[in-house]
Ligand binder design. Structure first.
Ligand SMILES: Nc1ncnc2c1ncn2[C@@H]1O[C@H](COP(=O)(O)OP(=O)(O)OP(=O)(O)O)[C@@H](O)[C@H]1O
Ligand SMILES: [Mg+2]
Length: 324
């Protein structure tokens, strides 16, 4: 990753054949080649994010499927094709929905336009769009200039790291662990929150949760079936988020900042699904404070929170084009 940061703009990353990573890249290329038949050999990997992790490995010869943790590396790749079959998708949508469908916009620019509808936000501004597959950053200037970048790795990679490091073998549970804070129900009338606070309740807690680690969803609790200490889960969860989002936020913003100097950015609007996370924005705020950058969640159209930035930007640009 250190070397990657030094090399400037990347056009394509190739791998040594017959290695784990080489096979992974071959699979990616083959998969994308099937989706986009026209691109052929023009499928490029323009960024990777590699993070250290631990993966349970089955001990050979073990009688009860015992595993032990071994060092592993999680990798996300940003793949670009000549042109995705967008026109085909548009044609199909047109046919199924009976409405006019057009292909338009550059995702990060549209996200910036959408982010501008956050009350109090003005140009020049930087956005960080933290999605499922990629972390995108853009800086938009009042004269219409824009600097963009797409970095590999976002919410899905965090979920995968949680799933693997805790040995859950269940993507759904890993996704829930990512989204909700934890507590341990210590009696029918009180629980210990993950930050150490005690919370007392008026009405008795359902006995099914007694003595268990639960996720606090806002609409009740979900019991964790796996027998893993709460502290361990919190540590793995926070570490996974930090490894992916703090790393990627700094990488992405450095790419788009004037002279690649983070100190020249003053404020950053966070958008995308992962900006809804209950702890990622705080982690970023802490990190950005070192560069005197102020960051905060977007509130698209003053009502939507950090979601819908791209959709809002697309509508705005469509209306704008028609008015000119
Ligand atoms: N409340 C939440 N807390 C944490 N993560 C969340 C929450 N809601 C959604 N996410 C995460 O947001 C991600 C999806 O975000 P989004 O919808 O912005 O992605 P996308 O635009 O489809 O992907 P991309 O921009 O990478 O192409 C998923 O990884 C999901 O787990
Ligand atoms: Mg997105």
């Amino acid at each position: 990753m250190a070397d990657l940061a030094e090399v400037g703009e990347i056009r394509d990353i190739a791998c040594e054949w017959y290695t784990n990573v080489g096979n992974m890249f071959r699979r990616i290329r083959r998969g994308m080649g099937e989706v986009d038949k026209e691109s052929g050999s023009n499928i490029c990997v323009t960024d990777i994010l590699a993070v250290d992790t631990l993966a349970p490995v089955v001990i050979s010869g073990a009688l009860a499927g015992e595993t032990c943790l071994e060092k592993a590396v999680g990798i996300a790749a940003m793949v670009r094709t000549e042109k995705l079959p967008m026109e085909e998708i548009a044609a199909r949508l047109r046919q199924e929905l009976g409405v006019r469908v057009a292909v338009a916009g550059v995702e990060a620019v549209m996200a910036s336009l959408g982010a501008l509808t956050t009350p109090g936000v003005a140009m020049p501004m930087a956005i960080l769009d933290m999605g499922g597959g990629s972390t995108d950053a853009a800086v938009l200037y009042p004269d219409g200039r824009a600097e963009l970048t797409h970095q590999a790795g976002a919410g899905e990679l965090v979920t995968m790291l949680i799933e693997i490091e805790l040995g859950l073998r269940d993507h759904g549970i890993a996704e829930q662990i990512k989204r909700y804070p934890l507590a341990k129900v210590e009696s029918l009338f009180h629980m210990r929150m993950e930050n150490g606070q005690m919370a007392f309740v008026e009405e008795s807690i359902d006995p099914r949760f007694y003595g268990r680690v639960v996720m606090l969803t806002g609409e009740g609790m979900i019991r964790l079936e796996q027998d893993i200490p709460m502290e361990k889960i919190v540590q793995v969860r926070r570490e996974a988020k930090r490894k992916v989002f703090v790393t990627n936020a700094l990488r992405a913003l450095k790419k788009v900042a004037p002279d690649h100097d983070l100190k020249r950015l003053s404020n950053v609007v966070l958008v995308g699904g992962s900006a809804e996370d209950f702890e990622i924005p705080d982690m970023l705020m802490e990190e950005f404070a070192n560069y005197r950058i102020v960051c905060g969640r977007g509130n698209i159209r003053g009502s939507e929170g950090p979601r819908n930035a791209v959709a809002t930007g697309l509508v705005l640009s469509y209306i704008g084009e028609r008015q000119w």
